[in-house]
Design a protein around this ligand. Structure first.
Ligand code: HEM
Length: 302
């Protein structure tokens, strides 16, 4: 009595059950909600069950392909990043500029406000983010039908106005997507640069492919990104060896089963049991990824 059971898994079939096939049987524990409420409110990463399904439905239009495929915004931030790097001395710690770049891009992608650079303690930083986004969100919520008709469907104010008229709901969703898009991207880019910097041959191949596909001055198009296959391999390999989200957590919302390890019986999880999804651990398994423990050659995935 009173004891907590925690299953730590690095079995792909168990990941699949928890995150996909038995999605409705798992959620976030009350401590998780409490921990994240000041930042994420009732957004997509802090809700369960029907509320989560509704939140997912709300977020989808924010990240649809026709918005993502407009690369002008991404290009502008990439140029800004490069100009800052080029203005500095030969040795640069890339992590900080990548975090700023990712926050700037994600903010601008969601809301055309000044890039959010929160400083200071946690709650002050959250308040500052809220103050930056409030005018844009209030503007979207206040739009009447005749004004909405004049906006393009890919306009973020249009998307937001259609999602909900409740300021808190909108705020929580936008904050969640900012969280989702910033640290993950910045950490992945930082690790990719770190990984590849140790392998000059891989670095040379990335350069060659970018020149071959885009030319020296061409602006990338969404379609051209498809042809950057080696670059994609570098990112894939980075996400395997050094995943930005190392572990994930869930709690059984009801008593359920998940597959056992290969050749073993199913595992019964009681309502309230916790699961730690050890992504880094799974990615390091020799039986799943033989000979693929080092960054050395991203072409292995080609
Ligand atoms: C390399 C970059 C990224 C990585 C490694 C990453 C990783 C993840 C992971 C592991 C989850 C699952 C979280 C969970 O269920 O507990 C997730 C969900 C999500 N991510 Fe990302 N992410 C990345 C970039 C982005 C970007 C750029 C955006 C949007 C601007 C984004 C938006 C979302 C959303 C909306 C969800 C929730 C999806 C749902 O539950 O339906 N992510 N991401």
């Amino acid at each position: 009595m009173g004891q907590k059971r925690v299953l730590v898994t690095r079995e792909p079939e168990q990941f699949k059950a928890i995150l996909a096939t038995k999605f409705d049987s798992f959620g976030h524990c009350p401590q998780w909600h409490k921990l994240w409420r000041p930042f994420l409110g009732d957004g997509i990463f802090a809700t369960d069950g029907q509320q989560l399904q509704h939140r997912r439905w709300m977020v989808r239009p924010m990240v649809v392909k026709n918005r993502l495929s407009n690369l002008i915004l991404f290009g502008a931030y990439a140029n800004k990043l490069l100009s800052k790097l080029l203005a500095q001395a030969a040795t640069v710690d890339l992590k900080d500029p990548f975090y700023r770049w990712a926050l700037g891009t994600t903010t601008d992608f969601l809301l055309p406000v000044a890039p959010l650079i929160p400083k200071g303690d946690y709650y002050r930083a959250i308040r500052k983010m809220e103050e930056s986004m409030e005018p844009f969100l209030a503007g979207a919520i206040a739009l009447v039908e005749s004004e909405l008709e004049k906006l393009s469907q890919s306009d973020m104010q249009f998307t937001i106005a259609r999602i909900s008229k409740d300021p808190k709901t909108i705020r929580d969703q936008v904050m969640s997507v900012l969280l989702a898009g910033r640290d993950t991207t910045a950490a992945t880019m930082s690790w990719a640069m770190y990984g590849i910097s140790n392998y000059p041959a891989a670095w040379a191949r990335v350069r060659r492919e970018v020149f071959d596909v885009l030319g020296p001055n061409e602006k990338p198009t969404y379609e051209a990104l498809e042809d950057l296959k080696y670059v994609k391999n570098v990112i894939d390999k980075t996400m395997r060896l050094l995943p930005a989200v190392l572990v994930n957590m869930r709690q059984a919302l009801e008593t359920t089963t998940i597959p056992g390890a290969p050749g073993e019986r199913d595992i019964v999880l009681l309502q309230g049991d916790r699961v730690t999804i050890n992504t880094l651990g799974m990615h390091a398994r020799r039986d799943l990824y033989p000979r693929r423990r080092r960054f050395a050659d991203p072409a292995i995935y080609l």
